[in-house]
Design a protein around this ligand. Sequence first.
Ligand code: SF4
Ligand code: SF4
Length: 84
Amino acid sequence: MAMMITDECIDCGACLPVCPNDAVNEGVATDVPVFWIDVERCTECVGFHDEPQCLDVCPVDCIVPNPDYRESKEELLAKFERLH
Ligand code: SF4
Ligand code: SF4
């Protein structure tokens, strides 16, 4: 399943450069979390790494599985293959 960034985010930006799918984006609106994850691009790092890289670097552990985008490992791998 895709990951999502919660309101606990402190906007440090550490997750942006580590995503192999360019799935992390920096938003512009002030009333939503500045950093957000594109569910069409997030593969939970399947295809590249064993663990989600954004989770590894987040200092406040505010990146969690997105309950609205449950995907199997096979679906995540298919997404990876579509993207690359
Ligand atoms: S889990 Fe991986 S692919 Fe998804 S946003 Fe985080 S770093 Fe990017
Ligand atoms: S690493 Fe965590 S705290 Fe930093 S911008 Fe990303 S989600 Fe927010």
